[in-house]
Design a protein around this ligand. Structure first.
Ligand code: GLN
Length: 488
């Protein structure tokens, strides 16, 4: 711990060897947060005393000879849309400014079971709607590699906190790319598991058929440990998969020899693709080939329709999910209203930001009588076509490898005036959400101006092991070894 705040595997090793206690780790995290988070703004909620108290409990358990699980005593952070009993939950929104849940989400419960110390809640785009973390009511998050740039979104607070070493790992959510894109922008590993792998219970819903929680971490191994801890069936989530979670570490170093990897051209020639990003990922593909993978030719012509389908499906589901924030049941209630209707209108008008309102209006319009068939039903049909295209691709290949995002981190304010430009930032990540398949982003190089580039590896449904194995192989080529934000 002398030179560097540890990641998950390293923290566990330090604790087991008696070289650092959970309290030491939480203290170190608190110091880092106090030192740099004023500038980066990665945390909405951080209570050092509560975190230290949780660390002390973990420490006593170790002294008594028992560790709860794979994350015992390890400080992790959660995107501020997971319910953690007694901790404020804002979802990056004014409307939930003062909301404190009285129960644990499935993710928080599993983290506790694994022994993790939940140190705080990460900043995020409001209701997870965004690609830059600029829609948060609590202010933008800055990218630790260049504070004039965005960290990506919507789990930008998680990605920046992990990159800036303020926690050992974090759990975010990904509806259209919100784990992978910020992971790519901040030079960390981020994985969206198969839909149904991780419980959505107690996670604020954005688009329920697409939302999935997953890890952001410093290495593929760390991501695998964290994902292993939060995976598994939850009877409180009807879409959670009723099969035991696989042992993600068992094949970690199994390599890619004999695996077939597709690099569909539709993921490389989309508009706005930056040449440096494309070249870097193509070189990473060559590395995979030299490790024994076979690169196969697969075409996925429906890829280009994913963004359009997503921006119907996600706003439709959001408009329905967000109907519950009415100033009565949850959150902030506007004052001085003369009638119930006025109170609801005022509470929602004051409580939601511009992007959230835009999505609610888009979704309400697309679901309204006469438009449902033209938009929502059509988008669902496109979803089926895209999903089938993935299944067909996985007949020919074991994995698909692409850039995670068309470009590296952009400047703060660069896309806020143009929602469509912002939406296209997720063009390469959205298809995996539409098809429900697992996908990871692994850092694979830097641009000339020193910004991280991420490669995305997509796998078959519930085949997280192979995705993680390939991600580890890519990481082991050393393309990103020793790279970290300057001054951190
Ligand atoms: N950026 C996309 C959006 O704004 C994806 C967000 C997400 O994955 N939560 O909807």
């Amino acid at each position: 711990m002398k030179d560097r705040f540890p990641g998950i595997a390293e923290a566990t090793r330090l604790i087991k060897a008696g070289e650092a206690s959970p309290t030491d780790l939480v203290r170190a995290a608190a110091e880092r947060i106090a030192g740099i988070d004023g500038e980066l703004n990665c945390f909405i909620g951080f209570d050092a005393d509560a975190a230290l108290a949780a660390a002390k409990v973990a420490e006593k358990e170790i002294a008594a000879g028992g560790a709860r699980g794979a994350l015992h005593g390890v400080p992790v952070a959660l995107k501020d849309l997971f319910a953690v009993s007694g901790m404020p939950l804002t979802c990056g929104s004014r409307i939930l400014e003062n909301f404190v849940p009285g129960y644990d989400s499935g993710v928080a419960e599993r983290l506790r079971r694994a022994g993790a110390v939940i140190i705080g809640k990460n900043n995020m785009d409001e209701f997870a709607m965004g690609s830059s973390n600029e829609t948060s009511y609590f202010g933008a998050v800055k990218n630790p590699w260049d504070t004039a740039r965005v960290p990506g979104g919507s789990s930008g607070g998680c990605a920046a906190a992990v990159a800036a070493e303020m926690c050992c790992g974090a759990v975010g959510t990904d509806t259209g790319g919100s784990i992978r894109q910020p992971a790519a922008f901040c030079g960390v590993v981020g994985m969206k598991p198969t839909y149904g792998r991780v419980s959505r219970f107690g996670m604020v819903a954005f688009a329920s058929s697409l939302d999935q929680a997953g890890p952001l971490a410093r290495s593929v191994e760390d991501a695998a440990i964290l994902l292993g801890a939060i995976s598994g069936f939850d009877e409180k989530d009807s879409t959670s998969r009723d099969t035991p979670a696989p042992d993600l570490l068992a094949e970690l170093n199994g390599g890619v020899r004999g695996l077939k990897i597709a690099a569909p051209r539709e993921y490389f020639n989309i508009g706005g693709m930056d040449g440096e990003v494309e070249n870097c990922v193509r070189e990473a593909l060559k590395d995979m080939e030299s490790l024994g993978a076979e690169i196969v030719d697969v075409s996925m012509p429906n890829t280009g329709y994913a963004v359009s389908a997503y921006y119907v499906i996600a706003p439709c589901e959001a408009s329905s999910n967000l109907a519950r924030y009415d100033g009565v049941r949850y959150g902030r209630r506007a004052g001085d209203a003369q009638s119930l209707e006025e109170m609801i209108v005022k509470s929602r008008s004051e409580g939601f930001g511009e992007e959230v309102k835009r999505r609610i209006m888009l979704g309400t319009h697309a679901l309204s009588s006469g438009y449902y068939d033209a938009y929502y039903l059509k988008a669902q049909k496109v979803k089926t076509l895209i999903t089938e295209e993935f299944y067909a691709a996985f007949e020919k290949a074991d994995l698909i490898m692409t850039p995670t995002a068309p470009e590296a981190a952009f400047k703060l304010g660069e896309k806020t005036g143009d929602p469509i430009k912002m939406y296209l930032s997720d063009a390469l990540t959205i298809p995996a959400n539409i098809a429900g398949v697992p996908a990871i982003s692994v850092p694979c190089g830097l641009t000339k101006s020193g910004l991280p580039i991420g490669a995305q590896i997509i796998g078959r449904r519930f085949d997280e092991q192979t995705v993680i194995r390939a991600a580890r192989a890519l990481e082991s080529t050393g393309r990103f070894d020793g790279l970290r934000p300057a001054g951190i």
